[in-house]
Ligand binder design. Structure first.
Ligand SMILES: [Zn+2]
Ligand SMILES: [Zn+2]
Length: 170
């Protein structure tokens, strides 16, 4: 049967030999998928700036399709996409201004810190910190709908994953 090469970017596998691999890695489909992959890790602000500087792709916005895909030099984002993106940028900016507790971890003992934290939480108006927390997690832009993601990429349900009782390793 021979070995198989699995391409993470394209989410597909093929028989692993020099010819196939070379052909795949230089293929348009693969290069596109790779770009999309790396775009997911770019800062939302950088993407927004990029997209705002492009003129809209009329073809894509009219038909929902464009042969150039993510390599198109025009923007495939609608007004609404841009709006949502700028909201995300705003949220990311605010998240940075309200760093999570970890950042405040002082040099002292954990007990001291927990005590201080309890005091701080009870004295702070809860409306300031709590809703902010909930908005921090977001799936990256461009990801498929949640139900199409593999389980390992999904956010845990509220309260965490259920424990699998009788899993045997080995
Ligand atoms: Zn590939
Ligand atoms: Zn286009």
């Amino acid at each position: 049967m021979g070995k198989h090469y699995f391409c993470d970017y394209c989410n597909r596998s093929f028989q692993d030999n020099l010819h196939n691999r070379k052909k795949h890695l230089n293929g348009l489909q693969h290069l596109k998928a790779k770009k999309v992959w790396y775009d997911m890790f770019r800062d939302a602000a950088a993407i927004l700036l990029d997209e705002q500087n492009k003129r809209p792709c009329r073809k894509f916005l009219l038909t929902g399709q464009c042969d150039f895909g993510s390599n198109c030099r025009f923007s495939h984002m609608s007004e609404r996409d841009l709006q949502e993106l700028s909201i995300q940028v705003e949220e990311e900016r605010r998240a940075r201004e309200w760093p999570l507790d970890v950042v405040e971890l002082p040099e002292g003992h954990l007990e001291d810190w927990l005590e201080k934290r309890a005091k701080r939480l009870s004295s702070a108006p809860s409306s300031r910190a709590e809703p902010m927390r909930n908005t921090i997690f977001q799936y990256p832009i461009g990801w498929p709908p949640v139900q199409e993601l593999p389980p390992s990429l999904r956010a845990p349900p509220p309260g965490g994953w259920p424990l699998q009782p009788s899993v045997q390793w080995g």
